[in-house]
Write a protein that binds this ligand. Sequence first.
Ligand SMILES: C[S@@+](CC[C@H](N)C(=O)[O-])C[C@H]1O[C@@H](n2cnc3c(N)ncnc32)[C@H](O)[C@@H]1O
Length: 228
Amino acid sequence: MAIDYTKYPLPRTRRHVSANQYVPHSQLRVNLDYYPPLIERCAWDELFSHAQTPLQAPSYLDIGCGMGKFLLETAQNEPSVNVLGLEVRKYAVEWIQGVIEGESIGNAACLWYNVTNGMQFIESASIERIFYFFPDPWFKRRHFVRRAFTAAFLDECARVLKPDGTFYLMTDVPAVDEYQRTTLAKHGKFSFAYSESDDDWGLSVKTDQEVFSIRKNIPYTRMKCRLL
Ligand SMILES: C[S@@+](CC[C@H](N)C(=O)[O-])C[C@H]1O[C@@H](n2cnc3c(N)ncnc32)[C@H](O)[C@@H]1O
């Protein structure tokens, strides 16, 4: 059933996210008392409450899931698949968790986490689909350190993805698109190709940012990456 999002008022004050929260913990130059916890292990059976998959581990990963529309609706559409969101903004995670509870979406979960700290809590070759949609652009060169899409991030994506899995990208920022293509080409472990048609793309649910781009007529690219 379609989620009635009006039942879940958005937080009034959105707690400021310090730029330092985007930096990997090992590179922090200041002591932060407010930083997403580092995660080494996850008790999947405590995160996912339905019992359809034997291991309870996630098969889809939505990295930087924002306010979670894609995560929640994908989980609803595919009840036998566990979908995990990773998001650095705590208020977004708390809001998503409220919707998951309110709608009893037992195959969706969301963690407050900065993905630049690696995905060691996810088993190798266990993920069918990774979604990385509309990342924060960080336009200025001195802010590039906050971009999550690095060789180390791609190493982690390559490690957790199943050999026949798919890594999906979308962006509406041409400079980010170019940066991602260059980083992928240098990294060398993925083939990548734009998806021009909805049939090729194959995902029916749209993200919040995608809906916004469509409404405002902002062009965006869709790309599918596969392990070589
Ligand atoms: C522009 S929003 C897009 C949200 C959603 N994917 C969509 O398409 O509507 C980018 C999201 O990525 C999150 N993000 C940025 N860097 C991150 C990181 N290192 N770890 C986890 N989430 C991150 C931001 O907090 C933000 O919610």
